[in-house]
Design a protein around this ligand. Structure first.
Ligand code: COA
Length: 363
């Protein structure tokens, strides 16, 4: 019995490899360093879906069909009523995805990629009292997300930064939400069911719910000089520092650097965010030193969520939306893993170790 299945290998995959000792992420044979900032979201969709959903259309046709699906799913935005609007954006997104048909084909997969990208901006606008903006199918996925949020003509730098983010987080081995997706797929339930289970797993603060609290932490720290005292105090109170630590990485999460690079390129267009980045770098330095001193036996380094928070903030996503944006990017990985599991895997059905009482012996 391994609590949390730590170090247990529970699936064979050709999709991605997380090398926790070397700090490397490989997606279908390509290192993240060669993908983030260079490939578009559509490129990574083609890369991850290859061989899993029948013949893949060429890149232009794939982008066209994805745009078409964004336009189709927009019809569901009308289902956001007052009760749903009370919920966090990721829960609104999940409720709307639950309305979509289940299936195992490319049509279903593209619809599931389109859905969170359309539902999140619509939910955010409705929460602000604004009408949802319909998608523009001819735009790239990243550009359309920003356009639906309200940027009439998203800048080249903003689109590049969002693309870099979506690519960086597209897939990451057998993380909790991907495992949830594979468990559901192993019962042959269909891709929509897999994605719904994965969103449920993602939203917890130990997984995809961390970046909002990272910004809260930076706001609370306020100035670089305050970092050391604030962080020490938080640890003294038994808190975890958000954006640090990882189950697999024992060194720096390579996605953190991919996002830091994207952020530095973006900041040229958003100089107002420069101070926040300087603060973040100071907090990162202090946190690493303090964690090293307090937990010398457990290497704890910065993880993907730390720079996610800064990047998405610079792109004007409100912090309550960060988990939803993560879901937009990760859905491609969930779908690819679900297909791989359904095509090649067996029903996932582990056993538990019963440690409860036994029935009383009859006297
Ligand atoms: N801040 C402070 N201490 C931390 C820590 C953090 N961010 N992450 C782990 N630790 C400590 C734990 O308290 C534990 O100490 P203990 O043995 O004295 O109890 C030790 O390091 C090992 O932690 P453990 O819970 O076994 O690690 P895990 O592999 O289960 O957890 C995370 C991994 C990501 C859940 C964990 O590092 C965490 O909670 N990080 C903060 C949330 C976050 O950034 N999540 C996004 C992940 S991408």
């Amino acid at each position: 019995m391994k609590n949390g299945l730590e170090d247990v290998v529970a699936a064979e995959t050709q999709l991605s490899h997380v090398d926790g000792e070397a700090g490397q992420l490989i997606i279908r044979g390509i290192s993240l360093d060669h993908l983030a900032g260079q490939a578009s979201y559509e490129d990574v969709v083609a890369l991850l879906f290859e061989g899993l959903l029948g013949p893949m259309p060429d890149r232009t046709e794939l982008a066209r069909r994805l745009g078409e699906k964004r336009a189709d799913v927009f019809a569901h935005v009308g289902a956001i009523d007052d009760a749903l609007l009370e919920l966090p954006p990721v829960d609104i997104m999940r409720a709307l995805i639950a309305r979509l048909p289940d299936g195992d084909d490319l049509e279903t997969a593209l619809r599931l990629l389109a859905a969170p990208a359309v539902f999140l901006p619509a939910a955010l606008r409705l929460k602000r009292g604004e009408s949802p903006l319909a998608p523009t199918p001819a735009l790239s996925h990243a550009a359309d997300i920003l356009a639906m949020l309200g940027a009439k003509l998203p800048s080249r730098q903003d689109v590049a930064a969002l693309d870099a983010y979506l690519v960086t987080i597209s897939d990451h081995g057998l993380n909790a939400s991907t495992f949830a997706s594979r468990v559901v797929a192993s019962t042959k339930a269909g891709l929509t069911s897999s994605v719904l289970a994965a969103i449920g797993a993602l939203k917890g603060p130990l997984h995809g719910g961390a970046p909002g609290p990272v910004l809260d932490m930076l706001d609370a720290i306020g100035t670089p000089e305050n970092a050391e005292t604030w962080l020490s105090d938080a640890l003294d109170h038994g808190e975890r520092l958000m954006g640090f630590g990882h189950r697999v990485y024992r060194v720096r999460d390579p996605r953190a650097d991919a996002l830091k690079g994207a952020l530095k390129r973006l900041i040229v267009a958003h100089p107002a965010n420069r101070d926040r980045i300087q603060l973040a770098e100071a907090v990162e330095r202090s946190a690493l030193a303090i964690l090293k001193a307090r937990k010398p036996e457990r290497p704890l380094d910065v993880n993907v969520e730390f720079y996610t928070a800064l990047l998405l903030d610079a792109l004007n996503f409100p912090r309550e939306a960060f988990t939803g944006v993560f879901a937009i990017g990760r859905t491609v990985g969930w779908i690819a893993h679900a297909r791989e599991q359904a095509l090649e895997g067996r029903l996932i059905r582990p056993r538990s170790l019963y440690v409860g009482p036994l029935p009383q012996q009859a006297a």
